[in-house]
Ligand binder design. Structure first.
Ligand code: ZN
Ligand code: ZN
Length: 240
């Protein structure tokens, strides 16, 4: 297989990770802006387990805490509290530290309902090895390892950019500390429209003004047209 094909396939897997993160982890599980059919929810959960190792309940808890304190003392990854570079390059470690605090998990996710993938229990810790195996089966062990590493680093950096840059530079439609960065939004299926999101956290749609692009939204509408998703909330002004 040529290097170009390897890159394209890896980029597709990265985008699947990004879409699963924003649609399943963020908009559905964390903020309840939409409900997903259990088959789609479990598939997205399984993808995230294999390629990112994320445990949804942990992600939901840390993110809800971020919204609770939002750029004040107690926010797990605020660049205004911890510094821009600390969050941009240390977001992974800040996230890991918070997931180890059982108080955060218990306080912010009493409503979490385990799904089929959660029933794997401790096996979930080995999920990323499954993702590594998938890459190695596709590309051979050396290029497979390289592609897996690229995916891990790129995924972490994209998330870091949202938590740091999208609370620092960019434009604001609303009076909150978060910012919109359309370039970041294009790479993160809409997550870069972070100022909009902090204003309407339970909205399933992130693009709220003319010219803004939220690539996850047409995917959500497509899932909805097949009966695989149900949008519960979008801002009232835009719902008409
Ligand atoms: Zn934020
Ligand atoms: Zn959020």
């Amino acid at each position: 297989m040529s290097l170009l094909w390897m890159f394209l396939i890896t980029f597709c897997i990265l985008q699947m990770s990004v879409f699963a993160t924003t649609i399943y982890l963020h908009r559905s599980q964390t903020h309840r802006g939409l409900e997903l059919h259990p088959v789609i929810a479990n598939l997205m959960h399984l993808h995230l387990l294999l390629f990112t190792g994320i445990i949804p309940r942990e992600w939901v808890a840390v993110h809800r805490k971020h919204h609770h304190f939002s750029d004040k003392e107690g926010d797990p990854h605020s660049p205004h509290v911890l510094g821009l570079w600390t969050v941009l390059f240390g977001n992974f470690f800040l996230y890991r530290k918070e997931t180890h605090d059982a108080r955060t998990i218990n306080k912010y996710t009493p409503d979490y309902k385990p799904d089929l993938v959660d029933k794997l229990g401790k096996l979930q810790s080995y999920g990323v090895l499954g993702g590594l195996a998938v890459f190695m089966l596709m590309f051979g062990w050396a290029w497979g390892f390289a592609a897996w590493g690229f995916h891990v680093v790129a995924y972490i950096l994209l998330n870091s950019m949202i938590n740091s840059l999208c609370h620092w530079i960019g434009y604001r439609n609303y009076e909150n500390m978060a910012t919109n960065l359309q370039m970041v939004a294009l790479l993160t299926a809409g997550e870069g429209l972070h100022n909009n999101h902090h204003e309407y956290p339970t909205s399933a749609r992130f693009a709220l003004k003319r010219g803004e692009i939220d690539l996850a939204w047409p995917v959500i509408r497509l899932l909805e047209s097949f009966g695989l998703a149900k949008v519960d909330r979008v801002p009232i002004a835009k719902a008409a």
